[in-house]
Design a protein around this ligand. Structure first.
Ligand code: SF4
Length: 209
């Protein structure tokens, strides 16, 4: 892990919050909807996920029991708009079966829950941590591609777990803060990093520290 940054993570948070304000993320009616969204959002835009969630709700499949029993071909059609639809339909079947069989799973302590989620097919670290933070309301900082990129620009280099430990040890253990911070990074990543408008970066000057 390399840390050469000059700004603290709290300064970065304040800059992002001042710029965007509260993000109200994750937009879901139930914790299970967060789980579904976390699987569907892999390698696609959120707008596509919204469409798929709408489709699932229309078919009354937004609960673990119903989704686990859904016809897989119908499911593929409902989530086709998110890409990798066969793989995602299968993942949704598996994860919903697991949630249907383990209704109290989100009550487990964060690390235990994370470990269980990571053992499920198609659930990687970012997906597991999104579920722990946004569905279970437990303190796990989510690291995504935008977070890695932003950290790189700030002189903070590391792998997933190193970056996660860095955020968690630098910030107070605060679920709403973790939720808001990740949402702000994603918003910033979409509007600035992804569009390569580094000369206007509010975190580093002229694309440099
Ligand atoms: S806008 Fe550019 S310089 Fe700023 S954090 Fe994103 S990638 Fe880095």
């Amino acid at each position: 892990m390399i840390v050469k940054h000059k700004k603290t993570l709290t300064e970065v948070y304040n800059k992002l919050f001042d710029h965007f304000g509260k993000r109200y993320w994750w937009p879901a009616e139930t914790p299970f909807e967060v789980v579904v969204g976390a699987v569907l959002t892999q390698q696609t835009k959120w707008e596509n996920v919204e469409q798929a969630i709408h489709n699932l709700k229309e078919r009354k499949l937004m609960d673990a029991e119903s989704l686990s029993r859904a016809d897989v071909e119908e499911l593929e059609e409902l989530v086709r708009c998110t890409g990798f639809f066969r793989q995602k339909a299968n993942r949704l079947k598996n994860i919903s079966r697991f949630f249907a069989q383990n209704p109290g799973i989100l009550e487990k302590p964060a690390d235990e829950l994370r470990k269980v989620l990571l053992s499920l097919n198609g659930v990687g670290e970012e997906t597991a941590d999104s579920i722990v933070l946004y569905a279970a309301d437990k303190p796990k900082f989510v690291i995504d591609a935008y977070t890695k990129r932003m950290c790189g620009c700030l002189g903070i280099e590391g792998n997933y777990s190193e970056l996660q430990s860095f955020f968690e040890s630098s910030l107070p253990v605060d679920v709403p803060l973790y939720k808001e911070y990740h949402a702000l990074i994603v918003e910033y990543g979409k509007r600035f990093c992804g569009k390569k408008i580094c000369p206007d970066c509010i975190l580093v000057e002229n694309g440099k520290m």
